[in-house]
Design a protein around this ligand. Sequence first.
Ligand SMILES: *Cc1c(COP(=O)(O)O)cnc(C)c1O
Length: 386
Amino acid sequence: MSNMIKVATPSVGEEEIQAVAEVLRSGRYVQGPKVKEFEEKFASYIGTKHAIATNSGTSALHISLAAAGIGPGDEVIVPPLTFFATIEAVLHQNAIPIFADIDHEIFNLDPIDVARHITNRTKAVIPVHLYGHPAEMDPLMDLAQDHNLTVIEDAAQAHGAEYKGKKVGGIGHAGCWSFYATKNMTAIEGGMITTNDDKIAETARIIRNHGMTSYDDHVILGYNYRMNEISAAIGIIQLSKLESLNADRAKVSLYLIEHLKDIDWLIAPIIRPYVKHAFFWVPFKVNEEKLGMNTLQLTRLLKEKGVEVRHRYQEPLYKQQVLINRKIYPHNCPLSCPHYSNHIDYSKVHLPNVEKVAGKIIGLPNHPNLTKKELDIVLSVIKSIK
Ligand SMILES: *Cc1c(COP(=O)(O)O)cnc(C)c1O
C-alpha cells in the first residue's frame, strides 16, 4: 500500500550525501580521519574517555566481551527479550548465556532475578536498554561490584537515553552501540564501544584490526571489525542531529501515549521518573483478552488499515531453535564443552515475566518524520479496532 504509515523511516538528507561524496573524493576509505573524528565526538557526547568504532553493533559486543577476557565456559547473564545479537556475541566467545527474567514494567533485566542467577562462573552481565528505556543500572552495578562482574551495556536501542542524569553506555565497564539503518541514528551499518577502561579500550582497538599492533605483528586473535570512512562521515552528521531527532521521537511518542491512554486493550509504556527515554520504540502492551484477538492478528489488521507496527520479540530468546537444537559450534561447544561441566538445556528454562509479555508488545509508528496528520490517522485507526 503506497500510503502506508511506516513504523520507521531514515532521517538522512543532503548533508549526509555531501559528506559521502567528500569521502569518495578523498581517496581515504577505511579507519581514517573521519573514523577518528566520529570516535572523539561520540566519546565526548556519551562522556567516556574512549570510543572505538566498529562495523556493527554485534561486532562491538563481541569485541567488548573478548577485550574484557570473557571466554570458554564463562557465564554471562543476559535478558531473554532482546535482539539475538546480544547473545550471539556471547556464544562466539564460547561463553554461556544465562537468562534472567525481566522487570514486567520496563521489559529490562530484573536485578533481583539477575542476583539469583549468579554462580562462581558468572563473569559478566549484559543489560539491554530495550526499546530505549534504560535498564536499572544502579542495582546491577552494585551486584557487579560485589561479585566482580564486567557490565557490558547493550545500548544499541538507546542513543541519548539517560539513567539518573547519566548517559547510558557510559555507566557500565563498556557500552555497545549500533548505527544500523533503523536505529535512533545511523551510519548505514556500524557500531561503537564506549568505555572509561584504558585496558578494554586498548585491547578492543587491537582486536578490531586483526589483532595487529603494527603491520606485521599479530599479538592476539582479532577480526576485521573496522568501520569505513563513509559510515563515519554519515555518523558524524547523524550525531549532530541526534538530540533534535530524539526530541521529535519523544514528542510523537508522548502524543500517542497521551491520546491512547483510555483504550482499555492497549497498555501504555511505563517510564520511570528518573530516566530519559530514547524512544527507539513506543512500546505498547496488548491485552489480548480485552481485545478479543491475538497480537499477530492485530498487527495484520492494522497493516490492512494502513498502519505499519513493530512486533518483536515474539518469543524469549531461549526458545530460539539455535539454542534448543544446540547448533552453535560443531561438537556442541560451548554448551557442553569440556570447559563447561554443567549441561545447558535451554528447553528447561522458564521465566514467568518474560513469557507473560513476549509476543504481546507492539511498537507504533514514532519516527521523527511523522506529520500530525499521520499521527491522527494512527490514533483513529487504533480507536476503530474492536
Ligand atoms: C540492533 C541491535 C544489535 C545489533 O546491532 P547491529 O549493528 O545490527 O549488529 C544488538 N543489540 C540490540 C539490542 C539491537 O537492537
